[in-house]
Every structure is written in C-alpha cells, then in structure tokens.
Write a protein that binds this ligand. Structure first.
Ligand code: FE2
Length: 226
C-alpha cells in the first residue's frame, strides 16, 4: 500500500468518525422528530392545499417539536415517552409551556394520520357499527363532530374518542387533548386558523364539512378502536 493510499484511508476514517459523532449528537438532541406524511404535500389538494400542508406540517408542527426538545433537554423528561410527558406536565401549571408543545406534537401526529387523499365516504363496517351503537346513526355523529369544531371558541381541536368503552365527541381549547381526561382519541381535527385560513379564510364550518366528507381516513380511525 502506497503512502498516498494510506493517507487517503486515514482521512476517510477521520471523516467517518466525525460524521458519526455529529449524527449521534444530533440524534441525542432531537429526541422527538417530525413524522413523515403518508402522502405527498399536494395530494390533499384542493381540499387542503400544498401551501397549507407545507406551513402546517413543515413550520408549525416542526416548531412544536423543536420547542419540546428544548424544554426536555437535560431534564428527567428526556427519557419519558410523549404520552408520559403530556400526562406529567398537564398536572403542573409551571410546566404549561412544555405541555403545550408536547400535546401539540401528539395532536398533529394523530391529525396527519386521520387524513388521506380521496378520504371521507363510507365508513368500514366495524367502525360504522360502533358509531351507530353510540350515536344512533352516522349523520348524527357527523353533525356532532362538526358542531364541536365550529363551536370551539378560538384555537383548539374537536375529537372522537373512546371513553369508558363508549365513543364520545368532545372539543378542547388550544393544545389540550382528551388523553388528560382519561380518553383515547381516535380522530382529531385541528381548528386552529393555521389549519384552514389559507384555503377557507374565515369559513371554519366549510373546512370542517370538507374534512369530514373528503379527507378522513376512516380505515385508520377504525384501526384505533380497541
Ligand atoms: Fe395545527
């Protein structure tokens, strides 16, 4: 092996070491990361535009994650799951900042999964049966869900959750979610203005109508039934 080859190999080893060290540092700091969408950013258009998804997923959701990582860095919370962080921080007003960012990360993770291109339409049979059992019929459920979103004053979310074995519709303000009230959310719709203002301006009822009829991934919602 020539001196040149030896030198080249040495330099390559140094680069690999530095690269791995940087990656490890990055991974350690970025405990929570932005999930990839299951669809292209233009795939929900025109119901939800590429511009909205670009800002909502790439900027708003990413900011919640960046702040969450900053809050937990160097604290005991860094080893907790996201659910544990939400439940712990929800009980202490001094941790409101951490709670808001952790809960918004959780909420948006569910929200992206609850949508798909050409969504809406008929529910799969198992989910439809549960909806009819707990709400009387599908249209009554849809009306309650949309009303919850429309009547949420200011920023927040509307939800379909499992509570003590039954499906319930609720709404929450700002970052809060039904987990902290002992429920299991299986469908969530973001009614913060950043979710609809580009595409619907102030028409939140129209956004909710389109979300329910044209975006919901009912198969995913059904998969969360216990
Ligand atoms: Fe949002």
């Amino acid at each position: 092996m020539s001196n040149y080859t030896l030198f080249k190999t040495f330099i390559e080893i140094i680069f690999i070491f530095l690269e791995n060290t940087s990656i490890l540092k990055y991974k350690k700091f970025m405990k929570h990361e932005l999930p990839k969408l299951d669809y292209a950013k233009n795939a929900l258009s025109p119901i939800m535009s590429e511009e909205t998804l670009d800002l909502h997923h790439g900027k708003h959701h990413q900011t919640y994650i960046t702040k969450l990582n900053e809050f937990i860095e160097g604290t005991e919370m860094k080893d907790n799951t996201l659910d544990e962080i939400i439940l712990k921080s929800s009980k202490d007003q001094k941790m409101a900042g951490l709670f808001n960012n952790a809960s918004q990360h959780w909420n948006h993770n569910l929200f992206w999964k609850c949508m798909k291109p050409n969504g809406g339409g008929a529910m799969p049979p198992k989910l439809e049966k549960r909806i009819i059992s707990d709400f009387g019929d599908v249209e009554t459920f849809k009306k309650k869900f949309k009303e919850a979103g429309v009547t949420q004053f200011g920023s927040g979310w509307c939800w379909l959750s499992i509570h003590e074995g039954k499906l319930v519709v609720t709404k929450t303000a700002n970052a809060a979610n039904p987990l902290i009230d002992g429920m299991k959310p299986i469908l969530g719709c973001d009614v913060w203005e950043h979710s609809y203002y580009i595409d619907y301006r102030n028409k939140r009822p129209e956004y909710l109508d389109k979300f329910v009829e044209n975006l919901i991934n009912w198969e995913f919602v059904e998969s969360l039934l216990d």
